[in-house]
Ligand binder design. Structure first.
Ligand SMILES: O=C(O)[C@@H](CO)OP(=O)(O)O
Ligand SMILES: [Mg+2]
Length: 431
């Protein structure tokens, strides 16, 4: 692999999709080529995520990134321009050592992840490969176009309505190709708007571009989505248009119980509740169905429901290999959600994917609720071969940037397979 000789690093404050500042980083190398990346930002964050550096005070309600910009143009720039870098791992390890904290809080995970992603683009270009192919080679996995999981109805911390569950996604599992999956997703999204209007419900949007009607129960949301799928002329079903949920249960877990539908559910009652949802709706995936502070209840949920739906740890694992390893041992989930900025570097993200795969977990790559038009996660999904990406609704620029990047990849790689895969270490077996 050719060395990366970085000659200059620039950092620019830009706005994310919620109107808060974030950073865009540019690395210039000795050939004059420039590689760019931008940091996304979550709203429903896990307690163990790598920590963003935010200014506090004013402006931007305390969410300024002056400090993170200074990390990039100061210490990080001094280090990265001081010598050539032979690999992504070497560069990322040096970044982590420079930060010196366990959670990236000194230099900022937002600063580190943007630099690390820009460097990955540089290393990929040095090999003459696209980013997705470079990632697949780094992981030793076959490339695959994912089933897009479109978040069409928003609640929780991503919307102002009273819906406790955060994300209601549709997954066109039965589409023959990625472009067809996108077409189905867009058609259903529009049909859902018509369904909402017919019932006198608002079509205003939540943070990820899904509708945020004034409803409060998950069942109402699921009924609306099933109607929308029907109205678009598709079949709701596990192997046609399936549903995936991210309740993000941290946000309605209080004092040992889950506050939902005007009731308090014990962890065991939540497991039965999800069982009923699986009986009544074609749900293929449940992310953060329980809270991270209720970690001891996850194995019970997996024993009861793990054979019927993918159980994904997001806040529970925060893309960190050690936490995934512990989750594999305790049987706490069957899958991991992958968000590079939760751990802070590309190398650590790839490590988490490798650990998940070796332990028989599936993986789903994810955007954040605060996004930019950066498309790194689209390439990461294809290169990891994990077969699943969630990037919000099939509308709004920062969301469709990812879906459109997948169209580009599909267009220039017509032989790439499309669909779900199991990260089993054995290759890409169809799920
Ligand atoms: O919970 C999630 O999975 C994410 C992305 O959809 O939300 P946030 O970025 O706010 O953590
Ligand atoms: Mg989540």
């Amino acid at each position: 692999m050719s060395e990366l000789r970085i000659t200059a690093i620039r950092a620019l404050q830009i706005l994310d999709s919620r109107g808060y500042p974030t950073l865009r980083v540019q690395l210039e190398i000795d050939t004059g080529a420039v590689f760019e990346a931008s940091a996304p930002s979550g709203a429903s964050t896990g307690a163990h995520e790598a920590v963003e550096l935010r200014d506090g005070g004013t402006p931007f309600s305390g969410r300024g990134v002056t400090g993170a910009l200074a990390s990039v143009t100061g210490e990080i720039s001094n280090l990265l321009t001081s010598r050539p870098w032979v690999s992504q791992r070497e560069l990322d390890e040096a970044l982590c050592a420079l930060d010196g904290t366990g959670n990236k809080s000194r230099l900022g995970a937002n600063a580190l992840v943007a630099v690390s992603m820009a460097a990955a683009r540089g290393f990929a270009a040095g090999t003459g490969h696209s980013l997705h192919t470079w990632i697949s080679q780094a992981l030793g996995r076959a490339e695959r176009l994912p089933v897009p999981h479109f978040n069409v109805l928003n609640g929780g911390q991503h919307a102002a309505n009273a819906l406790a569950f955060q994300e209601f996604m549709i997954a066109p599992v039965g589409a023959a190709t990625y472009p067809q999956a996108l077409e189905w997703g867009a058609d259903i999204y529009h049909a859902l708007a018509a369904t909402l209007r017919t019932r006198g419900l608002a079509t205003g949007l939540g943070d990820e571009g899904g509708y945020a009607p004034e409803i409060s129960s998950p069942e109402e949301a699921l009924d609306l989505i099933v109607s929308g799928i029907d109205a678009a002329g598709h079949r709701p079903g596990i192997s046609e248009v399936a549903i995936a949920l991210d309740p993000a249960a941290n946000s309605f877990f209080q004092d040992g119980s889950y506050h939902l539908n005007g009731r308090h559910y014990t962890p065991s009652q939540m497991v039965s509740y999800y069982g009923k949802l699986l009986d009544n709706y074609p749900i293929r995936s449940l992310e953060d169905p329980l809270a991270e502070d209720d970690a001891e209840s996850w194995p019970e949920l997996v024993s009861a429901l793990g054979g019927r739906a993918q159980i994904v740890g997001d806040d529970l694992f925060v893309t960190q290999a050690a936490r995934v390893t512990a989750g594999i041992r305790s049987g706490s989930a069957t899958a991991v959600l992958i968000k590079p900025n939760q751990v802070g570097t590309v190398t650590e993200t790839l490590e988490t994917l490798a650990v998940a795969s070796a332990g028989g977990f599936t993986a789903m790559v994810s955007h954040r609720s605060g996004e930019t038009t950066d498309t790194f996660v689209a390439d990461l999904t294809v290169g990891s071969g994990c077969g699943q990406l969630k990037a919000g609704a099939p509308a709004r620029g920062e969301r469709v940037a990812k879906y459109n990047r997948l169209l580009e990849i599909a267009d220039s790689n017509p032989a790439l397979p499309y669909g779900l895969a199991i990260l089993s270490g054995e290759g890409d077996t169809d799920a």
